[in-house]
Write a protein that binds this ligand. Structure first.
Ligand code: FPP
Length: 348
């Protein structure tokens, strides 16, 4: 093994040189797809008291909530814009336009109840590839005008704007406006609104894996050893586990969503945050996104607060009595071992 832990040997060093030249070529040819200009430092979330800004109806529902159990992160699949327009014999783009209005209403309610993170699925990789060019162009224009028209309101509501997805593949003028909105709201300390744009969860996992491997190759290069040697020093398990993948996702700086909401009644996840929602609660409503408002966000949170989250365990309602009731299981387990051990089975 090499890796600066041991003296460099002549022949091995020469072989490594060839190896790294190849690796470096691979590294430089990998396209820069991750958000290049994401903020490096983020202000700490500071809750403030703006509940008096809720409408009377919202306040009535909020009054029934446990303020200590407000989710840290709500992610929403905004669906049904086209159907909303179709029901009114309107063109699809008017559904999207109305959907953009809903975004602002919902985000403002989120900021009033001190929701730290809200992530909205605004434009998927698949939307980009599979929708007619005219619709994609309209969505891009709508996004720009939404950002330009709402940054002041974001600031009034102490909301920060961020994005996840293959942002560098979006039109450059859209990227510029996005960057401007992020910079203009970067100092805010309230809710972080993250728009998932040109986003696909599988491609996010691919990007994260490439990032981890690129990091390992760069480290090996720095230490003057091969990737294989570097991995052998600590073992592959120490170098690549769930923690490394999570840390390389676009969402590395956020907690996983506690609650995922999908509008329009479809019971699908549609390639949204697949890794991050492993233990999220899912709330599906028939309401179409353009009809979704802050009050419906509060209703979803109310429903979420009635659920028992178990994370694969037995949950908080599991009592000592329940534990006692498990005792016979030990005897049964013993029996199973004696009765069904491979040896006994073979004899039967
Ligand atoms: C799904 O509706 C929604 C989208 C494809 C995009 C979401 C976009 C918005 C809410 C508006 C723009 C957002 C911002 C942040 C400015 P659909 O067209 O799939 O509806 P359908 O299933 O009824 O056809």
């Amino acid at each position: 093994m090499g890796c600066n832990y041991f003296p460099v040997r002549g022949l091995l060093a020469a072989l490594r040189q060839v190896y790294f030249t190849k690796q470096k070529r691979m590294l430089t040819s990998y396209p820069a797809r991750l958000p290049l200009r994401a903020p490096t430092t983020r202000p700490v979330f500071q809750p403030c008291s703006r509940l008096h800004e809720l409408s009377a109806e919202e306040a009535a529902i909020y009054g029934q909530l446990d303020p200590l159990k407000i989710p840290q992160h709500v992610a929403i699949i905004m669906d049904g814009n086209g159907r909303w327009a179709g029901k009114r014999a309107l063109k699809r783009f008017l559904g999207h336009q109305q959907g953009a209005e809903s975004v602002q209403f919902v985000v403002e309610t989120a900021s009033r109840i001190n929701l730290p993170f809200i992530t909205l699925y605004a434009f998927s990789l698949e939307n980009n590839l599979r929708r007619p060019k005219s619709e994609v162009n309209f969505l891009m224009k709508l996004l720009r005008s939404y950002l330009m028209g709402n940054v002041k309101r974001m600031n009034d509501n102490n909301v920060r704007m961020e994005y996840i997805g293959r942002i560098s593949e979006l039109p450059s003028e859209v990227q510029d406006t996005m960057q401007w909105a992020t910079e203009s709201t970067a100092k805010n300390t309230g809710t972080t609104l993250t728009l998932a744009l040109n986003y696909g969860s599988r491609s996010e996992i691919v990007d994260a894996t490439r990032k981890v491997i690129s990091g390992l190759i760069a480290e090996a290069h720095e230490r003057g050893c091969s990737l294989e040697d570097l991995i052998q020093v600590d073992g592959l398990e120490a170098r690549l586990d769930e923690h490394h993948i999570s840390g390389a996702l676009y969402t590395a700086h956020m907690p996983d969503p506690d609650l995922v909401i999908r509008t329009s009644g479809e019971q699908r996840i549609s390639n949204f945050l697949l890794w991050q929602i492993a233990y999220s609660e899912i709330f599906i409503t028939d309401r179409l996104w353009p009809d979704f408002r802050g009050i419906h966000l509060l209703e979803a949170i109310q429903n979420y607060q009635k659920r028992e989250r178990r994370f694969g365990g037995l949950g908080e309602t599991f009592t000592d009595e329940d534990l006692d009731a498990l005792e016979p299981a030990a005897e049964v387990a013993e029996e199973i071992v004696t009765e069904l051990s491979p040896k006994q089975l073979a004899e039967k």
